[in-house]
Design a protein. Structure first.
Length: 264
């Protein structure tokens, strides 16, 4: 069934109103008509199964038939802390990360980052990155639109990531290849000790993954992650490009979590 994302404020009591570009797309591209069925989501994990009740020039009205929790989201919140790469590589990383189920993406300034963004450029880039996340979420049938946060310095990013149950940092000099076993034992099992949670009081399982830029991480950055409870891991015997490393580790996490049938 076709899906459309709508802002929460457009979801009313028993009906949803569509405005903007989605009206033209649904009417002129998809050729949808009154009486057709469509699934709408407000990007917060709820699917609304609807019937098109009215098509006007500038808006479409949907009548809600039923609603349910979206089944496409991973039961583990994965936060990707991606060091700023050169060129448009981050656009590819965000697109693929959203397709693979990431909960949020946080661009990070690290010691070896070549890219330098002032506040104005960073804000403009963030708007572009968020649009890419939205488009990827629509294409892949996500129940939420993952947020792309403002660029953070490494220490601020690590402080934020420390709220997650698990913090992973792939490092090319690491020779520990037991990531799969540890994922099954710790991430896919019951968490040890007190639950870590976000500021809203959620007890959902959570993983933070740090990916370095083209030059990788300084050893001091890896040690700082470990000092704050994180784990240094290996992605294999080959040196991966920054965009490949992000996709590889997220694909591994997604498959391991779903195969294990993790529940929150």
């Amino acid at each position: 069934m076709r899906r459309v994302f709508v802002p929460p404020e457009q979801v009313g009591d028993g009906q949803i109103t569509i405005y903007g570009d989605d009206v033209k797309h649904m009417r002129d591209v998809l050729r949808m008509k009154e009486g057709d069925h469509i699934t709408a989501t407000c990007g917060r994990g709820t699917d609304y199964h609807c019937e098109i009740s009215k098509i006007a020039d500038d808006e479409i009205t949907l009548s809600v038939i039923d609603q349910e929790a979206d089944a496409s989201e991973l039961p583990v919140r994965i936060s990707l802390y991606q060091a700023l790469p050169k060129g448009d590589k981050l656009e590819l990383v965000i697109q693929k990360a959203v397709e693979l189920g990431v909960y949020e993406v946080i661009p990070v300034r690290t010691v070896r980052c070549v890219v330098k963004l002032d506040d104005a450029k960073a804000a403009k880039k963030q708007a572009r990155w968020q649009k890419i996340s939205e488009e990827a979420a629509k294409q892949s049938g996500r129940g939420i639109v993952p947020e792309v946060l403002p660029v953070m310095d490494f220490k601020d990013a690590l402080k934020r990531a420390s709220a997650c149950e698990h913090v992973l940092i792939p490092y090319e000099l690491c020779d520990d290849y037991s990531l799969t076993d540890r994922l099954r034992e710790s991430i896919c099992g019951k968490p040890e000790g007190p639950d870590k949670h976000d500021g809203a009081g959620s007890s959902e399982k959570s993983i933070a993954v740090f990916i370095g830029s083209e030059g990788g991480f300084e050893r001091s950055e890896v040690e700082l992650v470990k000092e704050n409870g994180g784990e240094e891991i290996s992605l294999g015997h080959r040196i991966l490009r920054t965009e490949t490393a992000a996709i590889a580790v997220l694909a591994h996490l997604m498959l391991t979590i779903e195969a294990a049938g993790v529940s929150v």
